[in-house]
Design a protein around this ligand. Structure first.
Ligand code: TYD
Length: 134
C-alpha cells in the first residue's frame, strides 16, 4: 500500500476568484477534528511523530512545505503547495513538516479527537513498533 493517498479538490474558477470544494464522502475516514498550522518561522519544522490510530488529511491553503514520510519500509517526501490535492496520511507513518514558505497556512482534518496517548514521539520506539508488526 502507498505511504499516502491523494484526493482532488474540485475547483471553480471565475472572474471572482477560486472556490475549492471537498465532499467528505471522498475521504477514507469521517473527520471529527480540524486544526490549522500557520506562522511557522523560517527554518522551523513541525511533526516529528507518528500516530497509533489517527488518519489525517492535509490541505495546503497558502504557501507550501515538505511532508517527509517514513512507514519503516518506504521513505518519501511530498511537496505540498497551495492548490494541490488533499494528502491523506494514515496511522503508523512517521511525519516531519519542513521548509515552510513564508505565509503558509495548512488545514488538517483528523478522524479522532485530540489525544496525546495516540502519539509516538520517539522515532526509535516507532521503528521498533513497526518492526514488531512485520
Ligand atoms: P503537535 O501535534 O505536536 O504539533 P505538530 O505535529 O504540528 O508539531 O501539537 C502541538 C501542540 O498542540 C501540542 O501541545 C498538542 C496541541 N494540540 C491540540 O491541543 N489539539 C490538536 O488538535 C493538535 C493537533 C495539537
Amino acid at each position: 500500500m502507498a505511504i499516502f493517498e491523494s484526493i482532488k479538490l474540485e475547483s471553480f474558477i471565475d472572474g471572482r476568484g477560486t472556490l475549492s470544494a471537498l465532499e467528505f464522502y471522498k475521504l477514507p475516514f469521517t473527520p471529527k477534528r480540524l486544526y490549522c498550522i500557520s506562522e511557522v518561522p523560517n527554518n522551523e519544522s513541525r511533526g516529528g511523530h507518528a500516530h497509533k490510530e489517527l488518519s489525517q488529511a492535509f490541505i495546503c491553503l497558502t504557501g507550501g512545505f515538505d511532508l517527509i514520510l517514513d512507514n519503516g519500509q518506504i521513505q518519501e517526501t511530498v511537496t505540498l503547495q497551495a492548490g494541490d490535492d488533499v494528502t491523506i496520511i494514515g496511522p503508523r507513518v512517521w511525519r516531519e513538516l519542513h521548509n515552510f514558505k513564508d505565509g503558509s497556512h495548512i488545514l488538517v482534518l483528523a478522524d479522532h479527537e485530540f489525544s496525546e496517548d495516540d502519539y509516538i514521539r520517539d522515532k526509535d520506539a516507532f521503528l521498533k513498533s513497526i518492526g514488531s508488526e512485520n
